[in-house]
Design a protein around this ligand. Structure first.
Ligand SMILES: NC(=O)c1ccc[n+]([C@@H]2O[C@H](COP(=O)([O-])OP(=O)(O)OC[C@H]3O[C@@H](n4cnc5c(N)ncnc54)[C@H](OP(=O)(O)O)[C@@H]3O)[C@@H](O)[C@H]2O)c1
Length: 252
């Protein structure tokens, strides 16, 4: 039986950084399975990782057949999953009415549905003492005008993660919702194609290395939520105190 980590969204940004740090910080893994659409980027990552075998699964998690493919690979290989990272995701900013229907539905499909289905498919292979990292976001702390659908998908990811954590606590599986503020990745190339990024987001931009490192430390402490940096921790407290409609008004 092989011990593996499975990381979605591994071709760039936070998912890629998770692969790098998992290879260094989790000993005894036989393989890291990496999922994303861009095979060339996954190949580059595979070359970079020394000491742990990387298995490439080039899947589009917006496509139905990808879940069947994942189900089959898992059933055939029957790995022991010690770490699952759900980092595939995207966001599109701008007012809801000017968004395309495809983008709005796509965010729900990838950020909520795919995250849920990958977790569901992988869970039977997750062993006692394992870790599940769900990429949520500080955008999930409160409703966010002009990032309306994205923020709602991240509220889902956070809620799903915290409830699942409780369900799996008897099996000693540590589930953590990773909720950073803005992180310097390719995410923003797509998110702000249509409009200028708000200045405070530029100011709070974090390094993916630090965000992932903090998430791994927090998971080991069995925290429910990982929030990187003073600004985002303060934001979280404010979002807990003020009603969502006030936050929406301030942000709008
Ligand atoms: N950057 C931020 O400021 C920030 C803050 C908080 C939370 N997050 C969340 O963190 C996660 C990772 O974001 P990131 O910043 O690392 O963004 P990123 O650099 O754009 O990475 C997104 C990843 O998702 C993958 N992906 C996109 N569409 C996919 C699809 N249809 N099927 C499979 N994989 C797909 C991409 O790979 P391919 O294109 O190769 O498929 C890529 O590996 C996301 O859930 C994001 O919402 C980001």
């Amino acid at each position: 039986m092989r011990d593996i980590a499975l990381v979605t969204g591994a071709s760039s940004g936070i998912g890629k950084e998770f692969v790098r740090q998992i290879a260094k910080k989790y000993k005894g893994l036989d393989e890291i399975w990496v999922i994303a659409r861009r095979k060339d980027k996954l190949r580059e990552l595979k070359k970079e990782i020394i000491g742990t075998r990387v298995r490439i699964l080039p899947l589009d998690l917006m496509k139905e057949e990808s879940f069947e493919r994942l189900r089959k690979v898992l059933a055939k290989e029957r790995p022991t999953v010690r770490i699952l990272v759900n980092a595939s995701g995207f966001g599109i900013s701008g007012s809801f009415e000017h968004q395309t229907e495809e983008d709005a539905a796509g965010m729900i499909r990838l950020n909520c549905e795919a995250l849920t289905r990958v977790t569901y498919l992988v869970l039977p292979y997750v062993s006692r003492g394992s870790f599940i990292y769900q990429m949520a976001s500080s955008a999930g702390f409160a409703p966010q005008p002009d990032f309306t659908v994205y923020a709602a998908t991240k509220a889902y990811a956070k809620s799903f993660s915290i409830a699942l954590r409780q369900e799996l606590s008897g099996q000693e599986v540590k589930v953590i919702a990773v909720c950073p503020g803005p992180v310097k990745t390719e995410f923003f190339d797509r998110a702000y194609e249509q409009e200028e990024m708000k200045f405070y987001k530029k100011l709070a931009m974090a390094d993916p290395k630090r965000v992932v490192s903090k998430a791994i430390r927090d998971a080991r402490k069995n925290k429910a939520v990982s929030v990187y940096g003073f600004t985002m921790k303060t934001t979280r407290i404010i979002c807990k105190i003020l009603p969502g409609k006030w936050i929406a008004k301030i942000m709008g």
